[in-house]
Design a protein around this ligand. Sequence first.
Ligand SMILES: *Cc1c(COP(=O)(O)O)cnc(C)c1O
Length: 426
Amino acid sequence: MKTENWVNRASKIMPGGVSSPVRSMKSVGGYPIVAIDASGAWLRDADGRKFIDFCMSFGPLILGHSPKQVVDELEKQVHAGTSYGTLSTKEVELAELIVNSHPAVDWVRFVNSGTEAVMSAIRLARGHTGRNLIVKFDGTYHGHADSMLVKGGSGLATLGISSSAGVTEVTANETIVLSLADIDALKNTFEQLGDSIAAVIIEGIPANNGLLLQNREFMHTIQKLCKVYGALFILDEVITGYRVGLGGATDYYNLKPDIVTLGKIIGGGLPVGAYGDRRDLMEEIAPLGPVYQAGTLSGNPLAMVAGIQTLKRLKEDKEIYNRLHETTIEFTTALHSLLEDNGIESTIVNVASLFWPVLQDSHEEIRRPDQVNTHAVEKYGVLHRSSMKQGVYLPPSAYEVSFLSTAHSNEVLTDALSKIERGIQS
Ligand SMILES: *Cc1c(COP(=O)(O)O)cnc(C)c1O
């Protein structure tokens, strides 16, 4: 087993043998995939096994693995330089594409990951308001900046507790964690602490602890309370940006966030993040203003080129989002029947080209992660392992959402369904 060899080698010198924890596949009782190449909707491992990929690098690959348009331009760029440490034409081009398509972004700053984008957005919010507190929600993910690795404490809304060793109590106490879909908690928090809140941050559509669709009223209440109390509204569109449409969740819910964070799709599979907002706020960023933020590889030309080609394609093909959504509905409907036919209850939440299979029968909308029962989590582990054996790679946790891309043709998806079924029946 070559996979086993590589995992053993990795485990001797890398924590858990991986560069990001979920890749260990521990939560589904699986074994890490050791990828050697990928194309379209397929991923191949070190043993030459091919998998139909529903994880798609956790979101960036909306055009599939290595789409020709992106690869061709990347090849050219490699010969033209891989990093300049200066302003480059490619940054300007990608910035223009973003500003001209995202309704809430007038000015943009590039960084190297979604984590960095969120970290910088929070600094900007604190710098702008002169306040310390940040409000976030249980069941969202905003990357691994210290202030975001905080979960709700029991009872007192003011005391967040750290969800990682190494995050100080002082930091955790400056993050307030509330329940999703709870308008009263939000109002009470603002009534008590409104004058100290720098910002509220929420994912455009929470998609990191399952796909937790929030209703319009909740999103607009956040926006309104921020406005009333002079806090900033940060919409973390790292997943939803260019995934639910060109205008992201900002358009989907018709919002006007103060700061938007982006990542994943805007890098077309290369490491990128960005944050942006109204021009007057962005003028507070160095070198124009007092909020410092920098990066040796920020605006990296390879990443910019991959982003440019991806966004261009998404803009040029007017039907692309409709087609992706139709495919997602067809596939999830078929998957639901297949599971039912095999005696497995399921609710499959979907939006745009995202879907999330919950292996329980839910009569209510799932808006918070605690609505998923432990039985459903175990069943997902079983489904994951049986699907892997047949060559289908579902995301490696019951709380990770699946992503479809333009490379997931009807043929590929029909194949995936029969493989999943074979797995269940074997
Ligand atoms: C992925 C993600 C991040 C973190 O981005 P990285 O590039 O992994 O640092 C932040 N926020 C959201 C909503 C994400 O989905």
